[in-house]
Design a binder for this molecule. Structure first.
Ligand code: NAG
Length: 309
């Protein structure tokens, strides 16, 4: 009896092994067609064959709205350090597209090289600030932010319906918590949140009652319709596209009124969506890098090599 069982087992064993091997080959082959486009041009949108299984972990990310960060930047000793800090943050954010706009007549070598090695999707633009606007007391980076807006509108004008997206203005010296990106990603029209270390206070914030913005906690001109810093709001791509004329204005804009003048064109205070736990958490800081001391920098190049800093 025992030997009969054993011989049956031996007879079945090869067949079982063959079935296992065939199943194994089948399952290791199946994902191959799906993997191919992933390695190629990222997000090229080429249609996948219906038979190919979509990799499950990609699904939720693909549905995420893209976050567009518009960063005006200009040449100065700390520029590369600031951009490096920012890239280190942005690289950790899914589906972030960085729009870097240089205040320059041409793209600089430094920023071009930086963008090439940044390790995240970047668009590198440039527009010089007219000389007459380069005076203290005048708003800065107006032309650069508008160039970013123009690029965004142009890119999407032939792509109806617009892909879900969220835009915010990321000055290159601020400090961003990763949590901020989770908050802003769900922006439906215009969202707002507190900003730390700004306006001569530890923080400024929209005052929220029953889930609605009803005023502003700020140390400076609380009478502004939107008393908020550039780092304190995000706008959905849909709103940017449906208000094609909304830009930052030079003419008639008083210093410090840039944000308010812009937001007036696209939304109302009642419509604002408070983020960061009804505007009770600081997730972005208006940090300022100390002016570097270059007192001992030689007038003429003395070193044996030329180093980009
Ligand atoms: C914000 O406040 C509203 C109204 O009081 C409340 O319903 C909502 O849950 C709050 N949101 C958060 C994230 O705490």
């Amino acid at each position: 009896m025992k030997s009969l069982l054993f011989s049956r087992f031996l007879l079945l064993l090869p067949w079982v092994l063959i079935v296992i091997i065939v199943l194994d080959i089948d399952s290791s082959r199946a994902p191959l067609p799906a993997r191919a486009p992933r390695g190629g041009a990222a997000g090229s949108g080429e249609p996948r064959s219906a038979a190919a299984r979509p990799p499950p972990q990609r699904r939720p990310e693909a549905a995420l709205p893209t976050i567009y960060a518009i960063t005006p930047t200009y040449s100065r000793p700390v520029q590369k350090a600031e951009l490096t800090r920012l890239a280190n943050t942005f690289r950790q954010v899914a589906r972030l597209h960085w729009i870097l706009v240089e205040d320059a007549a041409a793209r600089s070598e430094l920023v071009t090289r930086f963008v090439a090695g940044a390790g995240l999707p970047c668009t590198h633009l440039h527009v010089p600030t007219p000389r007459r606007y380069k005076r203290p007391g005048l708003p800065r980076a107006t032309e650069q932010r508008n160039a970013g807006l123009a690029w965004l509108r142009q890119r999407h004008q032939h792509l109806p319906p617009p892909q879900p997206g969220v835009l915010f203005f990321a000055d290159d010296d601020n400090t961003y918590s990763l949590e901020l990106f989770q908050e802003m990603r769900t922006t439906r029209k215009v969202s707002v949140w507190p900003v730390g270390l700004v306006g001569g206070r530890r923080y400024e914030r929209p005052v929220v009652e029953n889930g609605k913005v009803v005023g502003w906690y700020t140390g400076w001109r609380a009478d502004r319709p939107f008393a908020i810093d550039m780092a304190g709001f995000a706008v959905s791509l849909q709103v940017i596209l449906s208000h094609p004329k909304a830009v930052f204005k030079r003419r008639g804009s008083q210093p410090g009124m840039q944000e308010s003048d812009f937001l007036k064109q696209i939304t109302t205070v009642e419509e604002l969506e408070p983020k960061a736990n009804n505007c009770t958490k600081v997730l972005v800081w208006h940090t300022r890098t100390e002016k570097v001391n270059l007192a001992n920098e030689p007038k003429y190049h003395l070193d044996t090599v030329t180093i980009e800093v």
